[in-house]
Design a protein around this ligand. Structure first.
Ligand SMILES: Nc1nc2c(ncn2[C@@H]2O[C@H](COP(=O)(O)OP(=O)(O)OP(=O)(O)O)[C@@H](O)[C@H]2O)c(=O)[nH]1
Ligand SMILES: [Mg+2]
Length: 303
């Protein structure tokens, strides 16, 4: 299926909810104070965030639209949202560093870290990059097995240690091996953890610290995976993971079928952290570069 189509299907729940509400707000009325308030509420409840919603309403007021054409308002919103998202769209660039490019993948439980690693590895390997993956989620045997399956699918190599091993020690060894084998990319999986659990967050901090003993420019990417279905909670996750381990890239997963696709917009406004890609399915080909304009249009249901 074509990517743009898949994206708009994935976001269709967000888009249809938005369109229905927009239609009922605009039905047969003049733009008055009430309509403007309802519109602002709609933007906020669509997860765009209070600041953005305010800003959009201010510029909408300046437009002095006298006719409430739904499509016109959608186009206007789409342009605004595209501009906000454009500031954050930065593809993951693994060139121009001493090999390997090290990606440390972090996030809350079940957001899609391991799956995204499989998809990322697949995308790199398609571009003829060599990839090794470290099974840093040593808490559960099943986590290692799951990663092994993804490595087979993507044809990436894997470095594992027994369940219960220290993830930081494993990461250190993995970087030594990846360096010796001249791999292009090392991706480190980690166990999911709640962002408000200080002990687990401290354990995570140890990984970049030990990697820096081998290469002080690593990890080149501390990649936070966010699950779109968690809505506004994703915003807190960015803040706390960022404080603890200096997140410098984001990927949002599960944008297929969520009604909360708008949350990416509030994250883009609140944090100046690059958004590299989005996940719209469980398959290996379901991770794509994040493209602001098509995202904004899909979000609002503009074909
Ligand atoms: N629909 C959909 N499902 C996804 C996507 N990404 C991941 N998943 C699913 O989400 C579930 C959890 O994915 P994992 O990759 O195991 O998540 P994780 O963050 O590694 O989980 P823990 O290691 O337990 O913290 C799996 O069933 C995945 O198939 C996506 O983009 N869309
Ligand atoms: Mg996992």
């Amino acid at each position: 299926m074509k990517w743009a189509l898949k994206l708009s299907q994935g976001l269709s729940k967000t888009a249809s909810g938005f369109s229905l509400n927009l239609a009922s707000i605009l039905k047969g009325k003049q733009i008055d104070k009430q309509v403007m308030e309802d519109l602002e509420d709609l933007l906020i409840s669509s997860d765009f965030g209070v600041n953005i919603s305010r800003e959009i309403m201010d510029s909408l007021a300046e437009e002095k639209l006298n006719n409430l054409d739904q499509e016109k308002i959608k186009e206007f919103l789409s342009n605004k949202i595209t501009n906000i998202l454009k500031k954050r769209y930065v593809p993951l660039n693994i060139e121009n560093i001493n090999k390997p490019y090290v990606i440390l993948v972090v996030g809350v439980n079940g957001v899609g870290k391991t799956t995204t690693i499989g998809k990322l590895a697949h995308n790199f390997i398609k571009k003829d990059k060599s990839v090794v993956i470290a099974a840093g989620d040593t808490f559960r045997a099943a986590a290692i097995d799951q990663l092994k399956i993804w490595c087979e699918r993507a044809k990436a190599s894997i470095i594992t240690r027994p369940t219960g091993s220290d993830p930081a020690a494993l990461s250190y060894e993995a970087l030594e091996i990846a360096k010796a084998e001249k791999k292009d990319v090392l991706i480190i999986d980690t166990a999911g953890r709640l962002h408000n659990k200080t002990d687990l967050m401290n354990q995570l901090k140890k990984i970049p610290r030990v990697l820096k003993k081998i290469d002080d420019t690593s990890p080149h990417s501390v990649l936070l995976i966010l699950d779109a279905t968690t809505g506004q909670n994703a915003i807190n996750q960015v803040g706390l993971f960022n404080e603890s381990c200096g997140v410098n890239g984001l990927i949002m997963t599960k944008l297929d079928g969520t009604a909360k696709g708008g949350v990416l917009v509030s994250i883009a406004e609140k944090y100046s952290i690059p958004i590299h890609a989005i996940g719209i399915g469980e398959g290996i080909d379901d991770l794509q570069d994040f493209e602001p304009e098509s995202y904004a249009r899909a979000l609002l249901g503009i074909l």
